[in-house]
Design a protein around this ligand. Structure first.
Ligand code: FAD
Length: 458
């Protein structure tokens, strides 16, 4: 501990990574302060994972209601959906979580400032709250300010909303349009389609979810189209014009769509505005992120950074894991093993869900001399009675030389829940033989992961 400074660690941004780092550092006896100018819990809790998953749950009920009929259940009348109930219940839940975050920080002995923070020098932070400024000094400063939605400039782009705004729409959009091809765009297209909007997804590329396994992308595309999402690839928005309370969206194909809301899910940028990076001499890399070394140190050694602000997968568990490593490195003085970024599992909560870990088939072909692909697609047992035409895809990618499973992919109900377990096996470097020697759980869809005997292709 240093008497020279008021804090041993001062964290800017109380999101996923910042809160975890602050609490863990405080638990080692360090004097820790944290500044947050918007909402405790950051993107994930307030405008990311949590509200999105709640809305994803809501959107699955439509399928559940119609699936139930084949099992003998009759609804008294057609199911109706009330947007205000969902939105306001979501807001109450988030307030509850905000309170938990506050209590966790206080309980850990972290001093919380509701203030906008800016670097003044390598050890000093300016805090502005309700027009008045204070300054604090710290031996180390952690930048954990996350990302911010980015919307491209085109005529009428001011009529589009971003992912921060979509959760709190005043009125439910009966006609909804999403611009973008990343996982957030795909998820919101599924969510609003499931909630009952006539939904369009516009993406300038050939197929959404770039970087995911090609077969997973194609399969998801077919399933989403079957569920009624209107997919427009190789298309962009030319302009948006207001039309009373609606919006006319002119597409590059010449088509004009009349909708009630346009969500631009067109990417996120590191949230560095007004952070004072120039005051201390920190420059951004080519992708607009803050460069760090393996000890999470920026170009200025006393200033650390993690999470969405830095390069790497923009995921909450990644920010949390980085926070743990950072604290181990700087406060527990251990040398943690570097994070294994190659086997980070991830899910896309579209309909049906995607769960994935490790290499795509395409990446595996580039990396390994020869691979075996085991794949199956089928209608789940549940849908033999429901009449639902949804199908499931499961895929294992195996390095032929070592028999190690280097990638596992699934599109289907609860794929994220299932792939989390498979990710342990992939992370551990288990072989296809290990999968084959594992007895299945019957009757489940998951047992297919241990019963795919013959490769589908090499
Ligand atoms: P954040 O959580 O963004 O926290 C940064 C905090 O810093 C914010 O609270 C901000 O207000 C504050 N801040 C910024 N500047 C200042 C300043 N100058 N002074 C004071 N405070 C400041 N990840 C998943 O793992 N699973 C998902 O399903 C998932 N879904 C997502 C859905 C959406 C719509 C979005 C947008 C993101 C989603 N993510 C998901 C990503 C996840 O939310 C982020 O990876 C994670 O929140 C990053 O954490 P962080 O600590 O880097 O930053």
């Amino acid at each position: 501990m240093s008497a020279e400074y008021e804090y041993d660690l001062f964290v800017i941004g109380a999101g996923s990574g910042g809160v975890r780092a602050a609490r863990m550092a405080a638990s080692t006896g360090a004097r820790v302060g944290i500044a947050e100018d918007r909402y405790l819990g950051g993107t994930c809790v307030n405008v990311g994972c949590v509200p999105k998953k709640l809305y994803a749950y809501a959107s699955h009920f439509q399928d559940n209601f119609s699936d139930a009929e084949g099992f003998g259940w009759q609804m008294a009348g057609p199911a109706t959906f009330n947007w205000a109930t969902l939105r306001d219940n979501k807001t109450s839940e988030i307030s509850r979580l905000n309170g938990i975050y506050q209590r966790m920080l206080e309980g850990a002995g972290v001093t919380l400032f509701n203030a906008r923070a800016r670097l003044l020098d390598p050890h000093t932070v300016s805090l502005v709250s309700q027009g008045s400024e204070t300054q604090v000094t710290a031996k180390q400063i952690l930048l954990a300010t996350g990302g911010w939605p980015w919307v491209p400039d085109f005529p009428g782009c001011e009529h589009a909303i971003n992912s921060n705004q979509v959760f709190d729409l005043q009125n439910f959009p009966n006609r909804f349009l999403v611009l973008g091809g990343g996982y957030i765009a795909v998820e919101f297209a599924s969510i609003f389609n499931g909630l009952g909007s006539e939904t369009h997804l516009i993406y300038r590329g050939e197929l959404f979810l770039k970087g995911f396994d090609q077969e997973v992308r194609e399969f998801t595309c077919e399933e989403m189209a079957k569920k009624g999402v209107n997919l427009h690839f190789n298309t962009n928005i030319e302009r948006i014009e207001p039309n009373g309370t609606a919006l006319n969206v002119h597409l590059t194909t010449g088509e004009v769509l009349e909708v009630d809301a346009v969500l631009a899910a067109t990417g996120r940028r590191a949230n560095t505005e007004g952070l004072g990076l120039e005051a201390v001499g920190i420059t951004l890399d080519a992708s607009g992120k803050i460069p760090i070394n393996e000890r999470y140190e920026t170009q200025v050694r006393s200033v650390l950074a993690l999470g969405d602000l830095t390069n790497g997968p923009e995921l909450t568990p990644v920010a949390l894991a980085e926070a743990m490593q950072l604290v181990d490195t700087h406060f527990n003085k251990t040398e943690p093993k570097p994070l294994d970024y190659a086997t980070i599992p991830t899910a896309v909560f579209c309909h049906p869900n995607i769960g994935t870990v490790g290499l795509s088939e395409e990446a595996a072909r580039e990396k390994h001399t020869k691979i075996c692909v085991y794949r199956t697609d089928f209608r789940s047992m549940k849908h033999t009675l429901s009449g639902n035409t949804e199908r499931v895809l499961m895929k294992l990618i195996v390095d032929d030389e070592t028999d190690v499973v280097v990638g596992a992919h699934m599109v289907g109900e609860d794929a994220g829940e299932l792939i989390q377990g498979i990710a342990i096996a992939v992370r551990a470097g288990l072989t296809k033989r290990d999968f084959d020697c594992t007895v299945g759980i019957h009757p489940t869809g998951a047992e297919e992961f241990v019963t795919m005997r013959e490769p589908s292709r090499y």
